[in-house]
Design a protein around this ligand. Sequence first.
Ligand SMILES: [Zn+2]
Length: 402
Amino acid sequence: MSSKSLIFAIAASSVLSWGCGEQPAPAQEIVDNLIQAGFPSNDIQVVGERVYVGRDAEVTLEASREMLKAADSSEEQYRTTNLVGAAVTKVCVNGSAFTGVFSTALDLAIQNYTERSLRFTMARTPSTGCSFTIQANIDPNMNGGVAGFPANGLPFGSITIGGRLSQYGVDVIEHVITHELGHTIGFRHSDFYNRTISCGTGGNEGDAGVGAIHIPGTPTTASVGGSIMNSCFRSAETGEFTGSDVTALLALYPPAAGSRLSFRTATGNFLVAENGGGTFVGADRTAIGDWERFGYVDLNGGELLNNDLINLRAANGQFVVAENGGGGVVNANRATAQGWETFRFINLEGRSRFQAGDRVALQASNGQYVVAENGGGGNASGAVNANRSAIGAWETFVLFFQ
Ligand SMILES: [Zn+2]
């Protein structure tokens, strides 16, 4: 058997960050560190003086020690006692050290946060109006990431991303950056109580001096692939938040007042994402509650203006979709936003800015308009469609900012 074949034992997971370590001799210390860091022992191979883990990544003694420096753990959606305060409205990330695939992944990770209409926005520097700036570093010897937790109402001031992640590609790097940014705003590991869940080995991170408070509305138990905040990542990660991740984000940092939209139909009813999302959009509500408030993402950023393309998000974080891009029913059950989830937001008052009370229309990606059948009031799926070729009374909505 060649040494190369030994190296090709694929790691099911790698560790994002860890607890503290011990100190034996070189190769053995590296192995011990890796095991303590959560790598399954059968994914670790020693060839001569060198130690490899999954996907033939060599781990140096220095790197293995680095892995043990920062503590990280998980359970399904837990937060630290400290969170980012309301004074922080824009978190900036200085990623000037990031090039190539790391730069692309950083942009995607930031987008994971900006597209959720959180209480604070996030942007990469240079940017104006930053409340706080996180320094993003690359450690060429690391195969994971490290960050810290909020203090004094501010995010943690830095994240460090492992240069060795380049072996996995952009989605895994996006995953790790999104994960580390999650720590900076107060997310513990989803499997903090038992790192074995995502790492295959490892114990309970415990309180870690920062608290581990379960976030309402999310599961109390973790699962492999169940959260971007799991302790260890897999080579198959997509880089995207899971449903419970979004629930957790919105629970901790809900959109600021005035940043959600409600739509009143011709008969005086309001559009509703039934159950707060996960099923159809109706038009039969007489008052505005959470289910009748839609978060939005302005795809060109900046101020929401006439004819901007937007995504609309139900209370549970899922996106509104015109099925097939229009021509049929409107639902609120998509985890991600692409073409069918994109609407042109039209101000029928003939001016650029939107104000409460404006008459507005929504155009699906195929050019057809959203309609409340019969002007609203129909209590069933199919009461709101995206299949009209012109704007009349039923396709006109009065806008409320909530
Ligand atoms: Zn972590």
